[in-house]
Ligand binder design. Structure first.
Ligand code: RP5
Ligand code: MG
Ligand code: MG
Length: 254
């Protein structure tokens, strides 16, 4: 059950709009709930942006590749409501519209998860997000027509290397493993727009990252190696990806 995108303790991201409270049992769309009357919110910040959809859903090809854009979900086919807007595959969020997300339906991101063993401790690289102040994976949106793996390298370079590509990482980039693909319980999700990601693990066994200078850039304000054992609270559902990382490396985290 998604949780982060049902938070009613504070307004929706960069707005003064509050979500309609959705109790756990009312999350699934197939549970009838006539009293459900969430606000509709479409941020002015996305209006007219080239990376954003038009305001109307008419003509958008959902559940398909739409020109250069991937409107398919990792979660399988999603439904549309009476107005033709996509319905969040994880259920109600307490907010209608697109919120601050650019796309109706799935908004595809990618998350590079760089890891290593340091003194027997499993570690990964995290950034601090400027929007929420939370630690997170240095991920970002996949541009229209961009290969997800290329997007993962680009986002890491922008957010954790301040846009200075590291030659040392060339070999590491060749050995990415898909750890997860699917829905992200992101605070920006709405009933009609949501985040999905592809998490790639790049495990550094040769100490190449020792030669790379980490420096926060773009929308990151800090970058650090974190110990899996420290259970650092992470943005959205990123902690789940750390659990998958530990499992993948057969690491017994405390
Ligand atoms: C999360 O938002 C994804 O897992 C990814 O880390 C991030 C992408 O959005 P931006 O960092 O571009 O805001 O849902
Ligand atoms: Mg970014
Ligand atoms: Mg980002």
């Amino acid at each position: 059950l998604h949780k982060t995108c049902r938070d009613t303790s504070k307004p929706y991201t960069k707005s003064e709009v509050f979500r309609f409270a959705v109790p756990d049992e009312k999350v699934p769309w197939n549970v009838q709930w006539d009293e459900y009357k969430p606000a509709e919110y479409n941020s002015d910040k996305i209006k007219g942006k080239e990376w954003a959809d038009p305001e109307a859903v008419k003509g958008l090809k959902f559940n398909q590749i739409d020109g250069k854009l991937n409107r398919k979900s990792h979660m399988g086919d999603y439904k549309l409501d009476e107005s033709g807007a996509p319905l969040n595959p994880e259920g109600r969020t307490g907010l209608r519209g697109r919120g601050i997300l650019g796309r109706w339906g799935p908004n595809h991101a990618t998350d590079p998860l760089i890891s290593r063993l340091n003194d027997g401790k499993l570690q990964y690289i995290a950034i601090e997000r400027s929007d929420t102040g939370q630690w997170a994976l240095p991920g970002g949106m996949i541009d229209a027509g961009e290969e997800p793996l290329e997007a993962a390298k680009r986002e890491f370079t922008e957010e954790a290397l301040d846009s200075i590509p590291a030659d040392e990482m060339k070999e590491l980039w060749k050995n990415g493993t898909v750890l997860y693909k699917g829905y992200v319980d992101d605070p920006r999700n709405t009933d009609n727009s949501w985040m999905e990601t592809l998490v790639y693990n790049f495990h550094d066994t040769n100490g190449v990252m020792d030669k790379c200078k980490l420096k926060a850039g773009d929308d990151a304000v800090n970058v650090q190696w974190k110990n899996v054992d420290d259970n650092v609270p992470l943005y959205a559902s990123h902690s789940n990806f750390i659990k998958l990382l530990a499992k993948h490396h057969k690491y017994d985290s405390k």
